[in-house]
Design a protein around this ligand. Structure first.
Ligand code: BTN
Length: 325
């Protein structure tokens, strides 16, 4: 109850931005006394919020801590379904693991697992994913689309487009997508997406979309090897970004495109994806489980599969691979 009230108060303050919210307005909406409001303001200050209190004007937030708790995200979120159920953990091995478990427990579509730190973050192809504390977005989203199994790769592309759009909206940075699921800024990896499935042969139970986004990570946070190939929004823009702002923006973008996808199919997402794609029309090297190929990336199919034309003019369909540019 206390927590709910504080959440509501925080939401009012965040929504009003620079404008003061009067004590009267707050006590009417929260149905509580001035003393109770003051108690919540004191608690919020302890959590790191700088809140200005001016007589006869009321309260406003001057600055908020860069946290990814349920409160911080919910207060900014305008989506209808995605992120309505948020599970926040300070430190976990992998949000992907927790989301898998929650999904088995029938948690609803749109459930989001977020952590401030991952100690065993997983990347594609069994690789580790560095997820230092307090610097990035490490989150996993549960979706339950009623689509055939072979169409699920489309959701990775949908997520990549959404994250790219949200990064631009929040930071003004132009990112590009490298098939299937890397997002690059100035040629270096900033975001990785890992899509995992819970399915039977003919039925998808859940698609778990794991997003790792280097937000305020500094060069020193990356180990030597990763430093050469990875970057962060802070390194590229010089500015810190509030992670909760970006998480809310990502969920809103995914929600819009996911709705479009379920209603009208992959068409628009394919177009958007191709617009952001880094590799299309370029010469690339592709390493699949069975072979290595070189050629020009021609585009993606309606299923989200990459088409590669080799030097003999033969077009290969690439389902899953590592790409060098
Ligand atoms: C890749 O590029 O290899 C994909 C990286 C995916 C990392 C994210 S971070 C949140 C979620 N939890 C994990 O353990 N992995 C994904």
């Amino acid at each position: 109850m206390e927590g709910k009230m504080r959440q509501h108060l925080l939401q009012m303050l965040i929504e009003n931005g620079d404008t003061f919210v009067s004590g009267q307005q707050i006590s009417d909406e929260l149905n509580c006394s001035r003393t109770a409001i003051w108690k919540h303001i004191t608690e919020l200050r302890k959590e790191g919020y700088v809140i200005e209190a001016v007589q006869r004007k009321g309260y406003r937030i001057v600055s908020s801590p860069d946290r990814v708790t349920e409160h911080e995200i919910s207060a900014r979120l305008k989506s209808d379904v995605l992120g309505k159920n948020i599970v926040y953990e300070e430190s976990v091995k992998s949000t992907q693991e927790i989301a898998q478990k929650l999904s088995y427990e029938q948690k609803p579509e749109g459930t989001l697992v977020v952590a401030d730190e991952q100690t065993g973050g997983r990347g594609r192809l069994g690789r580790p994913w560095q997820s230092p504390k307090g610097t990035g977005i490490w989150m996993s989203l549960i979706l339950r689309p009623e689509i055939p199994l072979q169409k699920t790769p489309q959701l990775t592309l949908l997520a990549a487009v959404s994250v790219t759009k949200a990064i631009y909206k929040v930071t003004g940075l132009h990112a590009e997508i490298k098939w299937p699921n890397d997002i690059l800024i100035n040629g270096k990896k900033t975001v990785g997406i890992l899509t995992e499935l819970q399915a039977e042969s003919d039925r998808v139970h859940a698609v778990i979309i794991g997003i790792g986004l280097n937000v305020n990570v500094t060069v020193e946070d990356f180990n030597e090897d990763v430093r050469k190939i990875a970057t962060s929004l802070k390194i590229e823009s010089g500015n810190e970004t509030k992670r909760a702002d970006l998480i809310a923006a990502i969920l809103e973008e995914i929600e819009v495109l996911y709705r479009e996808y379920l209603n009208k199919g992959f068409g628009l997402i394919k177009l958007l994806w191709e617009g952001y794609a880094h590799s299309i029309g370029r010469r690339i090297k592709v390493r699949t489980a069975s072979q290595q190929l070189e050629g020009v990336a021609k585009g993606i199919t309606d299923e989200g599969i990459l088409l590669l034309e080799d030097d003999n003019g033969k077009v290969h369909s690439i389902y899953s691979a590592d790409i060098e540019i």
